[in-house]
Design a protein around this ligand. Structure first.
Ligand SMILES: [Zn+2]
Ligand SMILES: [Zn+2]
Length: 265
C-alpha cells in the first residue's frame, strides 16, 4: 500500500452529519454514523472474512463517467470473496460520478472525494466498502521510470483504482486485458484490507518482504510489492500467460495461512 495517512483528525469533525431544521436545533434526520468506516487499513479484516459481526458485504463502486470497471473483473473479485471469506452475500452498487477535473490525485484528494461521494456505510449486519475508479493518475507516478500506481487503500473500507492508468497499461500488451489488470489490482488491494502482510493481521510464519513493507516475500504471490506498480504487474502476468496459467496471480500459502488464522476460509 501507499504511505499510511494520518487523516483521522481531519475527518473527526465531520463524523456526524446533521441536517438541522431552521426553526430549532433538533436534527430533522438521524445522523449518519461514519465512524466504523474511518478506521485504519486492516482493522476490518476479520469482519470481511467472517460472519460474526456482518454477514453481508455491500461494495459501492463509484466510478468517473466512462471509467466503470469490466464485469469480468468484478466476477473475479466475487470469486476471490468466495474462495477466501465466509460471506454468503456480496452486493455491488454502481454510481457514475462527474470527473473531479484533476490532472493527478493525491491520497488526501482521494479521501476528500470519498467524503463527498460515498453513500454507503456499515449498517446493521452489512459491512460497506467503497471503491473509487479514477480518471486521473496518482500524483506520485513517474511514467518515464515505469513507476505508475494502479491502486491504493487508505482506510479500513476504502480503496482507489487508477482506472485510466490501468487501461493505458493493458492497452500496451496483447496478452493482458483491462479486466486482468483490474482484477489483479482489486484483489491485491483487498489483500491489504484483509490486513496483509502484517498490516493488522499477524503473520503466522514470517513472510513479509524486508525490502517492501506490508508485502509478501514469496515469488509470484498476489501480495508481492511489484503488483502495485505497472511494470512489475505486467511482467508477472505476462510470465504467467506464457506458462499457460491464469493471468491474475493468487495468494500463496503463507498469506492464506494468515487469513485462516483470523477466521478466513
Ligand atoms: Zn500493495
Ligand atoms: Zn504471500
Amino acid at each position: 500500500m501507499k504511505a499510511k495517512l494520518s487523516i483521522a483528525a481531519l475527518f473527526f469533525a465531520t463524523l456526524f452529519l446533521y441536517n438541522c431544521s431552521s426553526d430549532g436545533d433538533i436534527p430533522r434526520e438521524e445522523p449518519i454514523d461514519r465512524s466504523a468506516n474511518l478506521l485504519s487499513t486492516g482493522d476490518s479484516a476479520a469482519d470481511i472474512l467472517t460472519n460474526e459481526n456482518f454477514d453481508r458485504l455491500l461494495i459501492e463502486i463509484a466510478h468517473v463517467e466512462g471509467f466503470r470497471p469490466t464485469a469480468e473483473a468484478i466476477d473475479l473479485l466475487t470469486s476471490f470473496f468466495a474462495e477466501r471469506t465466509f460471506k454468503l452475500e456480496v452486493q455491488y452498487q454502481y454510481r457514475a460520478l462527474a470527473s473531479p477535473g484533476e490532472e493527478t490525485l493525491t491520497l488526501q484528494e482521494v479521501a476528500s472525494l470519498e467524503n463527498d461521494n460515498r453513500t454507503q456505510y456499515n449498517d446493521g449486519r452489512t459491512l460497506a466498502i467503497y471503491i473509487y475508479f479514477a480518471d486521473a493518475p496518482s500524483d506520485g507516478d513517474d511514467e518515464d521510470a515505469g513507476l505508475v500506481t494502479l491502486g491504493a487503500v487508505y482506510r479500513n473500507t476504502s480503496m482507489i483504482l487508477y482506472e485510466r492508468t490501468i487501461r493505458q497499461l493493458a492497452g500496451r500488451s496483447a496478452l493482458i486485458t483491462n479486466a486482468d489488470v483490474e482484477a489483479a489490482t482489486l484483489t491485491h488491494e483487498f489483500g491489504h484490507l484483509l490486513g496483509l502482510v502484517d498490516l493488522g493481521t499477524p503473520e503466522v510464519n514470517p513472510h513479509e518482504d524486508p525490502a517492501a513493507e506490508n508485502h509478501c516475500l514469496t515469488d509470484g504471490c498476489l501480495m508481492r510489492a511489484e503488483l502495485e506498480f505497472g511494470g512489475g504487474l505486467m511482467g508477472l502476468m505476462e510470465k504467467r500467460a506464457a506458462k499457460g496459467m491464469a493471468q491474475v496471480p493468487v495468494l500463496d500459502a503463507e498469506c492464506i495461512n494468515d487469513l485462516q488464522a483470523i477466521g478466513g476460509r
